[in-house]
Design a protein around this ligand. Structure first.
Ligand code: FES
Length: 501
């Protein structure tokens, strides 16, 4: 089984596919939690809204997250305090606490049945050498005056050396939550077009034209809420972010499960939370992350989580496994606001650094306030057009090295693999007449050949053997084993070579 959220209800009702030209005050591109929440707030404020989604609603990151609603984002407060000061860190905390409260308010106001449950959130370590990181984070939290507790008591089935607890955090079923918002939007004359691929956004006089499915949407305001913006210039977001892949398994066990939500400090990252599935309490274990586009196997991903599950609960049975991609910014803060100073009324929300549930609400509020010209309390914290010195120089360097390797080195490097070396239900890159060719061999031994060059900016793709996909190391676009684009920023499918090549 794939994501348990997507199993809970097959499909959310929409306005169908866009099949004619139309207009609205605001056109939102992306039907995940960010786009849908923004549409919800704008409709409440009296705007005419159209949402365009290239697949089905909430089928991307929203349908594959672990869905923790929390202001505890790893060791973020010591980092923010050190780099940008105490006031900045405090505002970041307040924005997230408001996000939690707003989500709860939406659920209460609209009677959304989405398994929302308040609980505690913990960051822990079992590594002696990481205890000082927990101590440093706790010092920052005390300084900011955040109500957090350092302890070594948890309800995990193993001892921890040190942990920080945040009270009044929450978890929910993101698919059911978005379904509730969609119901409100459709009942209030909002339109959500699915299976509608946006190819371009152009400014014409004082409005925008969004080109989608051979039709046009005219709107004064456009919001790019499609996880990773597909527009390349002038925003240049592809030069400021990369994507991280991580993996989730859902397990059943007869043992008691922890009530809190947990994440560790050390590598590999491990995250725990329970969820309700078919009336049964199950455990989600997430982690084993890596930069998208790295060549990986099942052993390096799902198996790490499955081994952990067996170690903790001997009777555990995996009932679902899935993977997720997140856009990560170099300074660890999401980009929310104007897409570019050169294009007024075009907004963006991206780079949620794996904490998209709470940040989705912050993003929706900031963008709604900007469209209403109300001024936004938290706009400066997440300012999308910011020019800050890049504090995270190592990640910047990695990004440049990976892109250069993929754009230049991999394209000229001789491939040693031959078609006979590729195992069934696996893939790899071979060379035919000096040309690189990507091969996926199915269970019956039939070969599917593609040009392994990303349709975004031309980086060489890598085969991901855990998910059976072609992934791009530069900005994280993904293509299924037959070459169909499944994740941006690329929007076009791969070139398919003749089966006989
Ligand atoms: Fe940018 Fe592939 S995602 S080149």
């Amino acid at each position: 089984m794939n994501s348990i959220w997507l199993e809970s209800k097959k499909k959310i009702e929409s306005s169908g596919k866009l099949e004619e030209d139309t207009s609205a005050d605001v056109c939102i591109i992306g039907g995940g939690i960010v786009g849908i929440t923004t549409a919800y707030y704008l409709i409440k404020s009296g705007y005419k809204v159209v949402v365009l989604e290239k697949n089905e609603i909430a089928n991307g990151v929203t349908g594959h997250t672990t869905a923790k609603i929390t202001s505890q984002h790893g060791l973020i407060y010591s980092y923010l305090s050190e780099k940008y000061g105490i006031n900045f860190a405090k505002k970041y905390f307040e924005a997230n606490e408001d996000g939690i409260k707003n989500i709860k308010d939406i659920i209460d106001e609209n009677g959304v049945a989405c398994d929302f449950e308040e609980t505690e959130s913990y960051i822990y370590t079992n590594n002696e050498s990481d205890i000082n990181k927990i101590d440093k984070e706790m010092d920052a939290l005390k300084y900011i005056n955040i109500d957090a507790e350092k302890t070594n008591k948890t309800d995990l089935p193993f001892n921890v050396l040190s942990t920080i607890k945040f009270k009044n955090q929450a978890k929910f079923n993101p698919f059911k939550y978005v379904s509730g918002l969609v119901k409100y939007i459709l009942n209030n004359k909002g339109r959500i077009y699915t299976n509608t691929l946006c190819m371009d956004v152009k400014k014409e006089n004082d409005e925008y034209v969004v080109y989608a499915n051979n039709n046009k949407v005219y709107a004064k305001y456009v919001v790019l809420a499609s996880q990773y913006p597909f527009l390349k210039i002038p925003g240049f977001y592809f030069a400021k972010m990369y994507q991280e892949s991580s993996y989730v398994i859902a397990i059943k066990t007869e043992n008691d499960l922890p009530k809190g939500m947990y994440i560790n400090v050390e590598q590999p990252t491990l995250s725990f939370r329970t969820a309700n599935f078919d009336g049964k309490n199950i455990l989600l274990i997430g982690g084993a992350g890596h930069k998208t586009g790295k060549k990986v196997t099942y052993e390096e991903t799902y198996k790490i989580l499955e081994d952990k599950a067996k170690e903790l609960y001997k009777d555990s049975r995996v009932i679902a496994r899935w993977s997720i991609r997140d856009a990560v910014t170099l300074d660890k803060i999401a980009y929310i606001g104007e897409y570019s100073n050169l294009l007024p009324n075009l907004y963006v929300a991206t780079g949620f650094n794996k904490w998209g549930m709470t940040t989705s609400n912050i993003a929706a509020n900031i963008i709604t306030d900007k469209i209403k010209s109300d001024g936004s309390v938290y706009g400066e914290i997440f300012k999308s057009t910011r020019f800050k010195p890049i504090e995270n120089k190592d990640e910047m360097k990695n990004m440049i090295v990976d892109s250069t390797k993929s754009l230049v080195v991999e394209r000229i490097k001789k491939k040693e693999l031959e078609i006979k070396d590729i195992k069934e239900n696996s893939g790899g890159i071979i060379e035919i007449d000096g040309e690189k060719v990507g091969v996926y061999k199915n269970e019956e031994g039939k070969n599917y050949l593609i040009k392994p060059v990303c349709t975004h900016l031309g980086c060489m793709l890598e085969w991901n053997d855990a998910d059976k996909t072609w992934d791009c190391p530069c900005h994280g676009s993904r293509f299924d084993k037959f070459g169909k684009n499944i994740l941006g920023p690329a929007i076009k499918d791969l070139e398919i070579y003749s089966i006989d090549k």
